[in-house]
Design a protein around this ligand. Structure first.
Ligand code: C5P
Length: 285
């Protein structure tokens, strides 16, 4: 174990990727990616290549306004990246049909709708989303214990259900923003409270900022599927994000997956930018 910025670093290779991950030697990981069809020797080589390991853990946020722009990015990035996140901007504009060609091309899709409503409504939305072929789905932990339990229960019996992730505190929120919505606790305390609430509801997947990932990992143990936005590679603009870290640091602190949007999608050459991030991630693997 090494110490970084006062936090105990966990070996990044021992983090559980959930039932959605390729078996790469992580604790209790199962298969699920296209590469499982590769000949055994090729698959084995990929298991020890840090860039390949990094590739399985990088999610590109397709925060674009229409399906055409999304598919242009997927085409540019699909040799470099295996995961794509469809969030509110794209989903509201293009609807569930936008998911089909991405799933059909063999990619893993994270549907980031951050559902937050009464339990019955969220359960219905989760059931609908479970049929879309996506591998991850988000709800807001702030919806409360009853909503989280209803979301979890809605996936019971689903065939090949997505990993349900509870969003703790948005990475764009800091103590000042939390105060303004009546939360007079530091972001870290609020994240821990919400993560415990999710665990109590039977959820093991969480979205939190790099600054809280070590604390959430301590709560979940190796089985937690921790998906971390707010990633900024060396030299990238921070934008509206407030609680950020670099790719290698986030992995070392316990992240399972990293979500990166603008540093890749707004780069002059997105594939080049993604490759640079994979290199940074590989340092921690
Ligand atoms: O462009 P950038 O890398 O900041 O994009 C981060 C992505 O992660 C966005 O799609 C945003 O919606 C998402 N996200 C986040 N903070 C959370 C949960 C999701 O930034 N807590």
């Amino acid at each position: 174990m090494r110490k970084i910025a006062g936090t105990v670093r966990t070996p990044a290779r021992r983090i559980y990727l959930g039932p959605i991950g390729l078996e790469l030697g992580y604790d209790g990981v199962m298969s699920g990616f296209q590469t499982t069809d590769a000949p055994a020797a090729v698959a084995k080589a990929a298991q020890s290549d840090p860039i390949e390991l990094a590739r399985q853990r990088l999610i590109v946020a397709l925060d674009v306004p229409d399906a055409k722009s999304a598919m242009r990015l997927v085409a540019e990035l699909e040799d470099t990246c295996k995961w794509f996140k469809v969030g509110l901007e794209l989903y509201v504009a293009a609807g569930p049909a936008v998911l089909e060609p991405i799933v059909a091309r063999g990619h893993n899709v994270f549907l980031d709708l951050k559902l937050h409503d009464i339990p019955n409504t969220v359960a219905g939305a989760v059931r609908s989303a479970a049929g879309l072929g996506v591998r991850m789905l988000t709800v807001h932990a702030g919806g409360g214990p009853a909503m989280l339990a209803a979301a979890k229960a809605a996936l019971a019996g689903a065939v090949n259900p997505p990993e349900l992730l509870a969003v703790t505190v948005l990475t764009s929120m800091d103590a000042g923003q939390l105060h303004l919505i009546g939360v007079n606790r530091a972001p870290s305390g609020q994240v821990e409270l919400l993560a415990k609430m999710g665990l109590a509801a039977g959820i093991r997947g969480f979205v939190c900022s790099p600054l809280e990932v070590a604390a959430v990992r301590a709560l979940t143990g190796p089985e937690g599927v921790l998906v971390i936005p707010g990633i900024r590679p060396a030299g990238a603009a921070i934008g509206d994000q407030k609680r950020v870290a670099g790719p290698a640091e986030a992995l070392s602190l316990g992240a399972s997956y990293l979500v990166v949007g603008r540093p890749i999608t707004q780069a002059p050459n997105p594939a080049e930018a993604a490759n640079a991030i994979l290199e940074e991630m590989a340092e921690a693997l």
